[in-house]
Design a binder for this molecule. Structure first.
Ligand code: AMP
Ligand code: MG
Length: 417
């Protein structure tokens, strides 16, 4: 049985990111939210595009104001007004100022802006009440970005800040990685969908909706293949079809040692290579990981198969710990795909058996002083109890060498979302 760290390293090695050429597509910036850049981006424009004012006020020449102060103000002639968007047709010379507004272009001759609040307007003259430093309140051309240098890098996830940057650089069309296709199937004769009538003894499939939501959050396209009975031929057909048409296949259930657990045998029959069959983790020990050759013989990236255990807590916890980082890495994201662990003070005592690395769900709470506390979810931490998973944003890690933690002691908590 592999340790959690061994399994994590194995999965990371098996996960090849999408290819910047083979898997690239061009999309409008309007559709780019959450997508991953598939090429470095440069702009032909400096930013700011030209020297402009950071304030509403007056563009001045500092040489005119060397002795200026509130006690000894200097009066200048206001020779023009420059609103944002205008291209000033003349400059200013000795003794002159230009009325200027935020974002408006600086006129030639001016080397600073005095904010409106430090002036008094008097007809077509202005009284300046302070001595500005050269470049005061001036955003100089190219100060924030020089045309031709790297702006954003391949592998960057496009959220609001990056989209604003691309917009300002006039990148209306961007190269991104295509979204990985992830197929989901739930195995189990006992399962029904949430909209079916529950017959005595049956179990409602909670894994597929949960895993679909988690997969979507990574930016992948989800294909829900529904419930497949524990029947060799049906399961084999479903898995075979999924492998042929997906980048990743995730099943839940059927990977334990029970009489109806066929998944591993089928993976081998279909030509898969089993890399992981169980991990010393709780919940989620019977994690199965296999790879298949890419259906495109020229593509070296293998198709990944994750067989998560069926228990309704083991499936999401196994996904968070092992599958989510792999999906993010596969999607082309160059950083931020690894799990984040936070040192928190546990509010309650935490206990594990010390035989397997144990993950206990609950809430990470950010305190006013910037430290974190961990609030263990109340109720049973059985892998069958999904009810107290609500509002989980952290999994406390109880390693085998530190299986019990007293209230008030620190614990490492994996952030999840
Ligand atoms: P298995 O891993 O197939 O042995 O399933 C372990 C337990 O999880 C059994 O009690 C199953 O009924 C339950 N289970 C399996 N799949 C699901 C599912 N998709 N949703 C909810 N419970 C499930
Ligand atoms: Mg089963």
């Amino acid at each position: 049985m592999l340790s959690v760290q061994e399994a994590e390293a194995k999965i990371s090695n098996l996960t090849h990111p999408l290819d910047p050429e083979r898997d690239r597509q061009w999309i409008s910036l309007d559709e780019a939210s959450g997508r991953i850049l598939a090429a470095d981006v440069q702009s032909a424009l400096d930013f700011p595009y030209w020297d402009n004012s950071a304030m509403d006020g007056y563009a001045v020449r500092t040489a005119d104001l060397e002795t200026c102060s509130a006690e000894s103000p200097v009066t200048l002639d206001v020779v023009m007004e420059i609103p944002a968007g205008h291209n000033p047709q003349q400059g200013i010379s000795a003794g002159q100022a230009a009325r200027i507004f935020t974002g408006a272009m600086m006129p030639t001759g001016a080397d600073a802006v005095v904010m409106q609040e430090r002036t008094q307007r008097n007809g077509d003259r202005v009284i300046i009440l302070e001595r500005p430093e050269p470049r005061a309140w001036v955003r100089a051309k190219g100060d924030y970005y020089r045309a031709g240098s790297p702006l954003l890098y391949d592998g960057t996830r496009l959220n609001a800040p990056e989209i604003a940057i691309l917009a300002t650089a006039q990148c209306a069309v961007v190269a991104v990685y295509r979204q990985p296709v992830v197929s989901l199937l739930s195995t189990g004769n006992e399962l029904i969908t949430p909209d079916q009538t529950l017959q005595t003894g049956q179990i409602i499939d909670s894994n597929q909706p949960a895993i679909a939501a988690l997969v979507q959050q990574t930016g992948a396209i989800t294909r829900r293949l529904g419930i497949i009975p524990d029947q060799r031929s049906a399961l084999k057909k479903a898995i075979e079809g999924a492998i042929a048409t997906s980048d990743v296949v995730i099943s839940t259930g059927g990977v334990s040692v029970g009489d109806y657990d066929y998944v591993e045998e089928i993976l081998v029959e279909l030509g898969g290579t089993l890399h992981i069959q169980s991990v010393a983790v709780k919940p989620g020990k019977p994690l199965t990981v296999a790879t298949f050759p890419n259906p495109d013989a020229n593509n070296p990236r293998p198709i990944l198969y994750f067989g998560l255990p069926g228990n309704p807590v083991s499936a999401p916890v196994g996904f968070w710990r092992f599958v989510q980082p792999a999906l993010k890495k596969l999607s082309g994201q160059s950083h931020g795909w690894e799990p984040t662990f936070i040192r928190a003070v546990s509010r309650l005592a935490l206990k594990a058996d010390g035989k397997r690395e144990t993950y206990l769900w609950g809430q990470l709470v950010l305190m006013l002083d910037g430290t974190y506390e961990f609030d263990l979810a109340g109720g049973s931490h059985s892998s069958g109890n999904l009810i107290n998973l609500a509002n989980t944003n952290g999994l406390a890690v109880l390693s085998c060498d530190r299986p019990s933690i007293a209230a008030g002691e620190w614990v490492l908590v994996m952030q999840v979302s």
